[in-house]
Ligand binder design. Structure first.
Ligand SMILES: NC(=O)c1ccc[n+]([C@@H]2O[C@H](COP(=O)([O-])OP(=O)(O)OC[C@H]3O[C@@H](n4cnc5c(N)ncnc54)[C@H](O)[C@@H]3O)[C@@H](O)[C@H]2O)c1
Length: 234
């Protein structure tokens, strides 16, 4: 959607094959550069490469994120594996911070820029049995607010999008393909369906556009109404 609105897009992902393929589908001038967001050196090298090639960085979307559905990770905090906690914090929270830090360094030089961080409904209302993900996503929201305060005077806006989204795994399956599981989770969502990718992209595109020029430190929750109230009768 950003490319369709005239942005020169640099895609990045730890999965080089999928990323290169996505950039090819978008066509020039979109390109793909690989990066593991958990490694700050790689994130800084990525932003340096973008600035070397294109001379500036106007928009940064920090979207890379993981959770775990392994049964051994869907447990209460007392049993939650420390390595799972570390891995999720490393990618979701630290990766987002490294992306913000690297982008902000360039945007301060420009005195302009828009950053959007992808959090989750799990960062807005606590969900059970995924403490690492909840902690990472809640921290992303607060960190973004702090950065909005810090970077606003430099002409930089920092906002968040918190989605519920239909997404497919690498093997093509989708959480909502399982009828019983889907019915259960959709009973929490007033619109009774997950968000589609273009509906999440719409919020991101709005936030980085001039139409949102005075929106800073905000979290747009794109969740069909999930978190706006209790969606079950008492
Ligand atoms: N799908 C949902 O319902 C949902 C809900 C709330 C929030 N989110 C958030 O939206 C974002 C995108 O999620 P998605 O559902 O499209 O998931 P996805 O798994 O389809 O996409 C995540 C991407 O991040 C990449 N990635 C993983 N580790 C990385 C690393 N170390 N460095 C660089 N890239 C890495 C993966 O290769 C993958 O392409 C995530 O931050 C996720 O937490 C998704």
């Amino acid at each position: 959607m950003l490319a369709a609105n005239g942005a020169t897009v640099v895609l990045s992902d730890v999965s080089a094959d999928k990323g290169a393929d996505a950039a090819r589908k978008l066509g020039a001038p979109a390109i793909f550069l690989p990066c593991d967001v958990a490694d700050p050196a790689q994130v800084f090298a990525l932003v340096d490469e973008v600035v070397n090639r294109f001379g500036r960085l106007d928009i940064m979307v920090n979207n890379a994120g993981i959770n775990s559905n392994r049964p051994e990770d869907r447990v209460t905090a007392d049993k939650y594996p420390i390595e799972t906690w570390r891995r999720i914090i490393d990618i979701d929270l630290n990766g987002t911070f490294f992306g913000c830090k690297a982008a902000a360094a360039q945007m301060v030089k420009q005195q302009s820029g828009a950053i959007v961080n992808i959090a989750s409904v799990a960062g807005v209302v606590a969900l059970r049995l995924q403490i690492g993900y909840v902690a990472a996503k809640a921290a992303i929201i607060k960190m973004s607010e702090a950065m909005a305060c810090e970077l606003g005077p430099q002409g930089i806006r920092v906002n968040v999008v918190s989605p519920v989204q239909r997404s497919r795994t690498a093997r093509g399956s989708c959480f909502y393909d399982n009828k019983e599981r889907a019915e259960h989770i959709l009973s929490f969502i007033p619109q009774r369906r997950p968000g589609e990718t273009n509906e999440i992209a719409g919020a991101v595109t709005f936030l980085v556009s001039d139409a949102a020029a005075y929106i800073n430190g905000h979290n747009i929750i794109v969740d069909g109404g999930w978190t706006c109230g209790f969606n079950r009768d008492f």
